[in-house]
Design a protein around this ligand. Structure first.
Ligand code: GLU
Length: 413
């Protein structure tokens, strides 16, 4: 029987593996293995048909020892409290790995935004914001986009929050439109950050981008930008996919053309000059870099032994299960974990928040230079930690992050 996947147990397992390796104090283990608080809300909205539908929503605060809680909001039919708890914990580590002064949080609403009208999405977002009004704030908890939420959703949250406070508080959410305190470069930041990690990984392995191939699963905001950025670096993108399926061309794809095809048709599938491939087969292609950029639980004990990539750069949160990771590590696959590889988004969220709080906005090149510097530094910090503890990169990233969070907890005592 297929084991049901529980992302929170997976997050705890990853945490406990690192905690053991670093001999973490038991009191700190007990504090960090659970979220500090979790809010569950029911969100009734009037649908376009006139009927009232009630949605379930969550916001979880994992830890705020290093700064206000920070993390995205996900709209997806498969959202569960366990998933949001895992994602919140991962945010704590992510912010610590890259050294930005935030804790970890996450939110989610169980809904299918693809089947909702704009008016319904707005009503849902505004009501969800009202339900968590005392849970968020620029110095308390700062939401951002995640799977199937975007700058428009953030704009509604900001507007609703400001109706309540009576102030114009820009820094209550990040990932906003530029017109209302968003930051240059936020939209592309996760994909750009992932590309920096791949670039440094190639340096680490003494590989040249022009001799490197990449496969990217997921062609949303993250996947398509990562594909474009890697392509610009000279990497050959041999396959990409979205939720409807994938496309493969061993001679290489032009991600810009794929993106305009997807804009026109709604999917990458059907792109000319490429063979159709399933998402499952795509993961098993022979490639140097594999970047899962969709959802969690895609590289599992069932397919890990068939994965032929040298490097896995986790664009999505939680794509590799601990069982799969064991198999891959035995095969010497280098896994650059989500908490490092996809941190570019929250790094530019941090820049956005700083700009909002100061009311002073930076140019795009300044954002890019600062993002590059932070991601590169975090990459080599993790590599050093892996060498020091003779461990894999995920455990090394965790040890680095946990040390920072533990230090913050201890200093506050
Ligand atoms: N949702 C993104 C993540 O998982 C961004 C979070 C943020 O910017 O706060 O990292």
């Amino acid at each position: 029987m297929k084991k049901t996947f529980n992302p929170f147990l997976m997050a705890q397992e990853q945490f406990l593996k690192a905690a053991k390796k670093m001999n973490l104090d038991e009191n700190i283990i007990n504090i960090l293995k659970e979220p500090q608080e979790a809010l569950e809300v029911s969100i009734p909205i009037k649908t376009d048909s006139g009927k009232v539908k009630v949605f379930k929503g969550y916001r979880v605060h994992h830890n705020n020892a290093r700064g206000p809680y920070k993390g995205g909001i996900r709209y997806h039919p498969n959202v569960t409290l366990e998933e949001v708890k895992a994602l919140a914990m991962w945010m704590t580590w992510k912010c610590a790995v890259v050294g930005i002064p935030f804790g970890g949080a996450k939110g989610g609403v169980v809904c299918n935004p693809k089947q909702m009208s704009r008016r319904e999405k707005e009503a849902l977002t505004r009501e969800y914001t009202r339900r968590m009004i005392n849970f968020i704030g620029p110095l308390k908890d700062i939401p951002a986009p995640d799977v199937y939420t975007d700058s428009q959703v953030m704009a509604w949250i900001m507007d609703e929050y400001n109706k309540y406070t009576g102030n114009t508080t820009l820094g209550v959410v990040t990932g906003k439109p530029l017109a209302i305190g968003g930051s240059e470069g936020r939209h592309a930041s996760t994909g750009k950050g992932l590309t920096v990690i791949v670039q440094e990984a190639l340096k680490y392995l003494e590989m040249k981008p022009e001799n490197t191939t990449a496969v990217i699963q997921g062609y949303g905001n993250l996947g398509h930008i990562a594909a474009e950025e890697m392509y610009k670096m000279g990497i050959k993108i041999i396959a990409v996919s979205d939720s409807k399926g994938g496309i493969y061309n061993p001679k290489g794809l032009n991600p810009l053309k794929v993106e305009s095809f997807k804009q026109k048709t709604g999917s990458v599938v059907g792109f000319p000059d490429a063979k159709k491939i399933t998402n499952e087969k795509l993961l098993q292609l022979k490639t140097d870099v594999l970047a899962p950029c969709a959802l969690e639980n895609v590289i599992t004990s069932e397919n890990a032994s068939k994965i032929k990539a040298k490097i896995i750069a986790e664009g999505a949160n939680g794509p590799t299960t601990p069982e799969a990771e064991k198999i891959l590590l035995k095969k010497n696959v280098l896994i650059f974990p989500d908490i490092l590889a996809n941190a570019g988004g929250v790094v530019v969220s941090y820049f956005e928040w700083v700009q909002d709080m100061q009311g002073y906005f930076w140019e795009l090149d300044e954002i890019h230079a600062k993002l590059d510097k932070i991601m590169t530094k975090a990459f080599w910090n993790v590599v050093d930690m892996a060498e020091k503890h003779k461990t894999d990169f995920r455990t090394a990233a965790y040890i680095f992050a946990i040390q920072k969070v533990a230090e913050a907890i201890e200093k506050r005592e």
